[in-house]
Every structure is written in C-alpha cells, then in structure tokens.
Design a protein around this ligand. Structure first.
Ligand code: ZN
Length: 433
C-alpha cells in the first residue's frame, strides 16, 4: 500500500472511532443530546453553536418545545424490565411525552412499535409534532409478553427551551462558500448519521490545516427543522454558496450514491458525477427528488441551492435503515475511508479547477526535448500521463476547465491536474487571465 493509502486507511479508523463516541448519545431534534454531540465534535474543531428559542417562527415552521429524557422503561408486575432505554435509546420513541403509570398489556400494546418482518430488530420511531408516547422493541420480545400489569415510565420533559445547531466556518481566499451539512438528530444509529458527522468533523480538521481557495461552512443541524432554522437565520448569506453536499450514511458497504441537486447541472453535480465515476465504478448517480435529507430544504424552490446528497447505500433501501441493526458493526473503517477519499477528491476539484491557456498552440510542442514525454516501458503510468498532457495542451484554449478536460479525456481529475502542473512548470501553460 502506498503511503497516501495508509494515511487514508488511518483516517477511516479515526472516523470510525469518532462515530463510535457519538453512537451512544440519545439525540433528537432538540435537547441535551444534540448539545453533547456538538461538544464531542467541538473537541476536534471549534464549533459555534446557535440556540433558536422554542416558539420562533422559521418559514412555515415553529421551533418546538425542547425534549430531554432521563430514563424510560416498562416493567412487568413480576419486577422484570421488558424494555429499558439503558440498553438502547431506540427503545423510547423520540419526543415521547412523560408517562408514569400502570396499565394492562392490552392498554400498553398500542404504544409499542415493532417490525414484524424483522423480528429481532428495534425500530427507530419519532413523534415530533404530535404529542404522544411510545416504546420500540423487537417483535420477537413483543410476542413473548405475558398478561398482567405493567409499570410504564418515561421520565422526559417537553418544555420551552431551544433548538441547537452547530457551525464551523473556515475562511478561504474567496468569500464563496462550500457548504457541508450533516443531520445531528438521530439517536443510536451508526450509519445514519454518526458516520456523516464524524467524517465531516475529520474533514473540517484536515481543511483547517490548509490554505483554501474557497471558504468552507460545516453545518451540524437537526434534520428538517434544524436545516430550516439555519436557512431562516442565514437567508441573506446563502447566495455565496458555490457548491454543497449533505452527507449521511457514509460508512456501509453499499453504493456509493450521489443524488444530484435540484438544478441537476450545478458544478457540484458535475464534480460528484466525475468523482463517483472514476473512484467507485459500482456507484450510482441519481436525480434529485424532493424526499431524503436536508437537500430537501437547501433545494426548496425559494433557495434552489447547488447542494447534492452523498451516501453509500441510499436511505431507505437497506434493511438496517432506521433499526437497531444500524449499529457500529454495520459501518466499517474501510468504507468510511473510501467515502472520505471521495469527498476529498471532490474538494480537490473545487480547489484546483481552472481554465488554462496553451502557450505553444501551433502544432504540438516538442515534449521529449523538455523531458516531459516519458518513454513507454518503464513507469506503468507513463502512457496515461502522456495522454493527459496531450489532452491538456489540446483543450487549454481558455474555455475548457481542467474538469472539462478530465471528462472529455475520461481520466481522473487528479491526473489532468498534475499534467497541467507539469506543463505550467515548463512554460507551456498559463492560467487563463
Ligand atoms: Zn434517518
């Protein structure tokens, strides 16, 4: 393995370790779980948090009451706890109102959610905007419940408070921004979205050590309402967003999948299509649809931002999705590393894409005389590198960018960029004025 390869594999392990640290935290769209999550991420990069008060109007929505939970369990009259949130925070339906009562099995049953088709898994359920309470459990355990009375306790609070989101901003040479966004509201689900939050945080850390052309804005917000609140608070600034990606489910072995922005032909769509094609031939590019993650808000018609969604397996298509099987065994460092590599490759395109001008455009310049034309037979990359130089020279008439050339040559952007660098170093190419 090359040194570069080793660095990225290590990155996969580091992302995994951070995802594992986030995994046990009981998150929801508001509450201390979100704050604790942002505090963990904040140990790696300085995250600025914003608290949006309960009752604030954000476009057509209202910030709900803040939800916090301390414990939740169901105890049979025999004293046996049949469900305990301490074993999995998926056991309690998110946003459950407080309950402390005793009831019969038949009264309790309508409040229990299971997955009959996946009888060993606990489902993930929420009830954010309709006050309710509920538990989730494995169908197999549900079927084994015996008659009798049950003590039901949900020690939660639904009270005026706030919704919390976090941002990390990295100033580049330009004011134009690349937006990178992940939802921070799911409880113990590893792929969806501890993986995305961990990857974004490690990426933010890496970028903060570089000088960048673009400014980078990382948004860690609760799904839907958090992204809506962020957009409501930043409406005047979003015109600076040149490209954006929502990241979730980046650690499983499927895909990868890129879902285009609503525009369909934005720069980010071009870049991600190129990256997926060259780095993951098994990957797929799908069209925008108004369902999914926060690209739904960023791509709503009043904003229509150039923001796409990057995932490995597409949400809703894998059996582990929104169940207790989306755990730390489901995500792997090597898949996280590959996702990281792809997002980094996309950033390399954002950072380095430009148009150049061939300074010796009349016939081909003599590359051999300059030591640029590598002989065939030695370096196995030589023929491809030679072709890359010929493509760059031929298409660098000031109208084609390096990405245009990479697409036309059907070569990875990196190879084209390095060819352009070599040609520029030898006085054959100059940036377009
Ligand atoms: Zn989800």
């Amino acid at each position: 393995m090359t040194a570069q390869g080793t660095i990225v594999e290590d990155e996969g392990s580091a992302i995994f370790a951070l995802a594992a640290e986030l995994y046990p935290i009981c998150r929801s769209i508001t509450g201390d779980g979100v704050r604790e999550t942002l505090a963990v991420l904040g140990r790696h990069v300085p995250i600025e948090t914003t608290e949006v008060p309960t009752g604030d109007a954000v476009f057509d929505w209202t910030i709900p009451r803040e939800w916090n939970i301390r414990e939740a369990y169901i105890e049979h009259e025999s004293g046996r706890r049949i469900v305990d949130m301490r074993n999995s925070n998926l056991h309690v339906m998110s946003y459950s109102a407080p309950v402390r009562t005793t009831m019969s099995l038949s009264e309790l049953k309508p409040h229990i959610h299971t997955l009959p088709a996946q009888p060993d898994l606990i489902p993930y359920r929420t009830s954010y905007y309709a006050e309710n309470w509920g538990f989730c459990m494995a169908h197999r355990d549900f079927e084994a419940l015996s008659e009798g009375s049950y003590r039901v306790v949900i020690d939660s609070t639904l009270a005026n408070g706030s919704l919390t989101y976090g941002e990390f901003f990295l100033r580049g040479e330009r004011e134009d921004e690349i937006l990178l966004s992940g939802h921070v509201c799911h409880p113990s689900l590893a792929n969806d979205n501890c993986s995305g939050l961990a990857l974004l945080t490690r990426l933010a850390q890496e970028l903060s050590r570089r000088k960048t052309r673009y400014s980078y804005r990382f948004v860690f917000a609760p799904g839907t309402i958090g992204a809506i609140a962020w957009l409501a608070r930043n409406e005047t600034r979003v015109a600076r967003i040149t490209a954006g990606l929502v990241l979730s489910c980046v650690g499983d072995g499927g895909g990868p999948t890129y879902k285009r922005s609503r525009r369909g032909d934005a720069f980010v769509d071009d870049v991600m299509t190129h990256v997926v094609r060259h780095m993951a031939p098994s990957g797929s590019i799908i069209d925008f649809s108004p369902y999914g993650y926060d690209e739904r808000q960023y791509c709503s018609p009043g904003f229509n931002l150039p923001v796409g969604l990057f995932q490995r397996s597409l949400f809703g298509t894998f059996p582990e999705y929104h169940t207790s099987a989306d755990n730390l065994d489901f995500i792997k460092p090597e898949h996280l590393a590959e996702s990281y590599r792809m997002i980094r490759a996309a950033i390399d395109v954002f950072e380095h894409n430009a148009a150049f001008v061939n300074l010796a455009p009349k016939c081909e310049p003599q590359l051999g005389r300059r030591g640029l034309y590598a002989g065939v037979g030695g370096d196995k990359d030589a023929p491809a590198n030679n072709m890359a130089m010929l493509w760059v020279l031929n298409l660098s008439d000031g109208t084609h960018t390096l990405l245009d050339i990479a697409k036309r040559a059907d070569m990875p952007f990196e190879r084209i960029r390095l060819a352009a660098e070599r040609l520029a170093a030898n006085g054959l190419l100059a940036p377009k004025a």
